[in-house]
Design a protein. Structure first.
Length: 60
């Protein structure tokens, strides 16, 4: 049961890593729009964090 409480923070960590990756790609001026994928994945991960936290409250 403790794993269910810790698991949403994994999504938050992944989201922060992808935000960091996206900012690094912007700073390095990489060609194309690869940085957008990093921000999209970060947004989905952060959404999943809040969704899992909310659903965990409903589950309890």
């Amino acid at each position: 049961m403790k794993a269910l409480k810790i698991f949403p923070y994994f999504y938050l960590f992944i989201g922060l890593l992808f935000i960091y990756d996206g900012v690094n790609k912007i700073i390095q001026n990489q060609e194309g729009y690869d940085f957008l994928w990093s921000f999209v994945i970060a947004a989905v991960a952060i959404f999943m964090f809040f969704f899992r936290k909310r659903s965990l409250k409903k589950f309890n």
